[in-house]
Design a binder for this molecule. Structure first.
Ligand code: ACO
Length: 406
């Protein structure tokens, strides 16, 4: 058998895998994906069953603990989520330091990092596995990220903060803190709560995607849970990852307001020189369909008809979807609508402002980030992440004094 480490030491052999398309960086028992068959399972349970029967909070518990909770365990988790919802008053001053209209994603990352300044115990997961104190920290983070998200929005609008209401469940409480329910009752209608709950649940984990890998890379240096998740928010922000739900809506708006037809948009997306991609289409792993997108498409149809939404951007979305699904370019490359395509549409339909789309993705992904961080810390084989490179620059050049440089 070939000893790879010895071979590498002797020859400098390195595998080059840009974007880590075929490199496994860890073992994991959290989320199972079969991209060819369009299968997604959390702890073995099909995403379709969870979407049908579970809630975001129960699914969060499942991801972190590795099994479905007993009733009293779920009750305790809900009690923890309520108890941890308020932010320390010092946070208000921190928020006030941001300019009004600062992007909520920037505030979210900063504030999650700030949570590490109020430590109970920082690195609570040990090789012996997570303990009760870690689970309490997990509940604290899942609860507080929702309050931070809502406050980020209020700050970005120059509006006063609204305290959490302990009587409200997770999603309704978030909508209450964002929109102040007494004034905007429609925001807490059962259809809206249900749709948002489903979006969060479907985003709760997705194995080693860009932001989750960030959690593991940062966590591998034994940085604390909050610092690791704050870094993940940065990774999520980009338009090729979580920011795609914003990019979808911006694209639909550009097409609609620019008088571009769906056919023209498809033509542009197929031209590599145009620099234009159909946002919300394609996926690194799913090569037939994204099972989350199928569930969300049904939800989008339901929500739009229940709320009687009539929106020209949503018509553009339907036309693009219809045309791309039969166009040979998209069919050959296996480019199908992904979860961000429909989540953007639903969030727009239920009145979530654009600058909160990716923030909501982050709230949803938090249980996955936490579960992955804990799994990594409990893995005795885990090592600090330190990829190699294939160097293509000059191997040696002489230093030239500044007056001699040409
Ligand atoms: N529109 C047009 N062409 C596309 C698109 C698209 N959305 N996505 C991929 N392609 C083309 C590429 O140009 C490439 O064509 P080529 O083979 O002729 O060169 C081929 O399909 C393969 O694309 P890659 O970029 O190599 O695929 P990769 O796996 O690296 O990227 C990604 C996946 C980032 C999701 C890509 O499909 C994309 O940019 N999609 C739009 C952004 C988006 O929706 N991101 C959300 C992803 S899901 C999530 O984060 C929750």
């Amino acid at each position: 058998a070939v000893d790879i480490s010895q071979l590498r030491a002797k020859t400098g052999l390195i595998t080059l895998d840009p974007g880590f398309g075929n490199t496994g960086a860890c073992t994991s028992a959290i989320t199972f994906i079969d991209g060819e068959k369009g299968i997604l399972r959390y702890r073995g349970i099909p995403i379709e069953q969870l979407a049908e029967n579970s809630s975001f909070t129960e699914t969060a518990w499942l991801l972190i603990h590795g099994r479905l909770p007993q009733r009293q365990e779920l009750d305790l988790f809900r009690e923890q989520l309520n108890r941890h919802a308020p932010l320390h008053e010092a946070f208000k001053h921190h928020f006030e330091g941001f300019l009004v209209d600062a992007p909520p994603m920037a505030m979210l990352s900063a504030m999650i990092n700030t949570l590490s300044c109020f430590p109970r115990r920082w690195n609570t997961a040990t090789p012996a596995g997570p303990d009760e104190e870690f689970y309490e920290e997990a509940a604290r983070l899942i609860s507080k990220v929702r309050t931070i998200a809502a406050y980020s929005y209020r700050r970005s609008m120059g509006l006063p903060f609204i305290y959490p209401d302990p009587k409200l469940p997770y999603v309704a409480n978030f909508l209450h803190m964002m929109f102040s329910m007494p004034y905007e009752q429609h925001m807490a209608s059962p259809e809206v709560v249900e749709a948002l709950n489903l979006i969060l649940l479907l985003h709760a984990d997705h194995e080693q995607n860009c932001s989750t890998s960030t959690v593991r890379v940062v966590g591998s240096s034994q940085a604390n849970l909050f610092a690791s998740c704050a870094a993940a928010v940065g990774a999520l922000w980009g338009p090729l990852h979580g920011g795609a739900n914003v990019a979808v809506l911006e694209m639909l708006s550009k097409i609609h307001h620019g008088g571009i037809s769906a056919d023209q948009a498809i033509k542009l997306a197929k031209d590599p020189k145009s620099g234009f991609r159909l946002m919300g289409f394609g996926h690194r792993v799913y090569k037939n369909f994204d099972p989350r997108a199928i569930i969300l498409k049904r939800s989008a149809d339901r929500v739009l008809s229940q709320l009687g939404v009539n929106d020209p951007l949503l018509d553009v979305a339907r036309q693009l979807e219809e045309k791309a699904l039969t166009d040979p370019y998209f069919v050959e490359r296996k480019l199908y609508p992904n979860v961000d395509f429909y989540s953007g549409i639903i969030m727009r339909a239920i009145g979530i402002p654009l600058n909160m789309f990716t923030v909501i993705f982050a709230i949803g992904r938090m249980p996955g980030w936490i579960a992955q961080w804990a799994e990594q810390h409990a893995d005795p084989k885990a090592r600090i992440a330190r990829p190699r490179q294939v160097y293509i620059g000059n191997t040696i050049s002489d230093y030239v004094p500044i007056d001699d440089r040409r």
